[in-house]
Design a protein around this ligand. Structure first.
Ligand code: PLP
Length: 338
C-alpha cells in the first residue's frame, strides 16, 4: 500500500492472531523516532528534557526516553511517581501541588529509599509549610518549584501575583527544601486554532516565565531553573531562550492535536495507532483513552462529536480504562490496510 493511501485509511489493523484484547499497539520504530526527535530538539536548544509520563505510564518507555538523553521524568500523581521511583528511575518531578502529609511522607520515604532525586511544586504558603515540615521530619531535601499559571487556570499562581515572591522567600528560607525555580504548563494550547496560534501561546508562556524569573533574580532570589512544556507548545515554539527545561509528554505517541495544528506530518508520527478492545470484525471498538488515540486530541475540535473521520470508518465507542503501568506489548509494526 502506498504511503498516501495508508495515511487516508490509518485505522484498520491487521492484528497478530495471538493478541489478547484489549491491548495497546505501539509502533516501536515511530516511538523511537519520536523520542529521538524530541531529544534532538532539546539538545539543539541546550534544554533539559524531562518528559511527562502521563501519556505512556510505562517504565519501559521511560527507560527509552532516559537512554536517549532525558534527564528525568515528570508525573502527575503520587501513584505514578511511586511506580517510577520504585523502578529505580533517577529523577522524578511531581507536577501537582501536594497538600497531603500522608502522600508526601510516602513519596519522600520512597525517594529516600530508592535514591531518587524528587522534585515537587507548590502554589500556596500552606503547601510550602507542609513540604518544609515533612522534609525536615523525613531528613529529605526535595527540589521545589513555584507553579505558575500561564493561562490554563488549573493550578498555580499568576505571574504578577504578589504571593510569588513570598513563596520564593519561604522556599529559600526553608531548611529542608531546595528552591529550584519556576514551572508552568500551557495546556490551553490544546484549544489553539492553528500552528501560529500554538506558537503564540508558547511565546507568551516563555515571555511571562522569563520575565518573572528576572524579577525574582533582581529581588535577590536564586532561580536556577525555568521549566515549561507541553507537546504542542514545544513543537510550535520559535524561541527557547531564558528557559532551562521542557516537559512534553504526548510526543511519544502523538495525538490529534499536533496533527490538527500542522506540527507533525499526517499520521507518520503517530506511534499508537489504536487500542483494540473487542470483536475483530469491527473497525475500532475501544479507544484506551480519547486523548491517547491519534484520531482525537483531548480538546480538539472533533473531540467526542464527529466520530466518522474517514470514509467507511467510524468509532464504535470511546471509553477510558484505568491506568496501567506494565503489560505493554510492543510490536515491530501494526500493519494497516484499507
Ligand atoms: C504539568 C504538565 N507538564 C507537562 C505536560 C505534558 O504536556 P503534553 O501532554 O501536551 O505533552 C502535562 C500534561 O498534562 C502537564 O500537566
Amino acid at each position: 500500500m502506498d504511503a498516501k493511501r495508508r495515511d487516508r485509511y490509518p485505522i484498520v489493523l491487521d492484528l497478530p492472531a495471538h493478541l489478547e484484547t484489549p491491548a495497546v499497539l505501539v509502533d516501536r520504530d515511530i516511538l523511537q523516532a519520536n523520542i529521538d526527535r524530541m531529544q534532538a530538539l532539546a539538545d539543539g536548544s541546550a534544554l533539559v528534557l524531562r518528559p511527562h509520563v502521563k501519556t505512556h505510564k510505562s517504565v519501559q518507555i521511560a527507560r527509552l526516553q532516559l537512554a536517549a538523553g532525558a534527564n528525568g521524568l515528570t508525573v502527575s500523581k503520587v501513584e505514578e511517581a511511586l511506580v517510577f521511583i520504585e523502578a529505580g528511575l533517577p529523577s522524578v518531578t511531581l507536577a501537582y501541588p501536594l497538600v497531603s502529609a500522608v502522600k508526601l511522607d510516602r513519596l519522600l520515604g520512597a525517594a529516600r529509599r530508592c535514591g531518587c532525586d524528587l522534585r515537587l511544586i507548590v502554589d500556596s504558603m500552606a503547601g510550602v509549610d507542609l513540604l518544609a515540615a515533612r522534609a525536615v521530619e523525613q531528613g529529605a531535601q526535595p527540589g521545589v518549584f513555584i507553579k505558575v499559571d500561564v493561562g490554563l487556570q488549573r493550578c498555580g499562581r499568576k505571574p504578577d501575583d504578589p504571593l510569588v515572591p513570598a513563596l520564593a522567600q519561604a522556599l529559600t528560607d526553608a531548611v529542608g527544601l531546595d528552591f529550584r525555580g519556576l514551572l508552568s504548563h500551557a495546556g490551553h494550547v490544546y484549544s489553539a486554532v492553528d500552528g501560529n496560534a500554538a506558537a503564540r501561546t508558547a511565546e507568551e508562556e516563555r515571555l511571562s516565565m522569563t520575565a518573572l524569573a528576572s524579577r525574582l533574580r533582581r529581588a535577590g532570589y536564586r532561580v536556577p531553573e525555568v521549566s515549561v512544556g507541553s507537546t504542542p507548545t514545544v513543537l510550535a515554539a520559535r524561541r527557547f531562550d531564558g528557559l532551562t527545561e521542557i516537559r512534553p509528554g504526548n510526543y511519544v505517541f502523538m495525538d490529534q492535536t499536533p496533527l490538527r495544528l500542522g506540527l507533525i506530518p499526517p499520521f507518520s508520527h503517530c506511534a499508537q495507532r489504536s487500542d483494540y478492545g473487542g470483536q475483530r470484525q469491527r473497525t475500532l471498538c475501544h479507544c484506551r483513552c480519547r486523548r491517547q488515540n491519534p484520531q482525537f486530541g483531548s480538546r480538539g475540535p472533533r473531540h467526542g462529536r464527529d466520530r466518522r473521520l474517514w470514509p467507511g470508518l467510524g468509532v464504535e465507542s470511546l471509553g477510558r480504562y484505568g491506568s496501567t503501568f506494565d503489560g505493554w506489548q510492543t510490536f515491530r509494526r501494526a500493519w494497516l490496510r484499507p
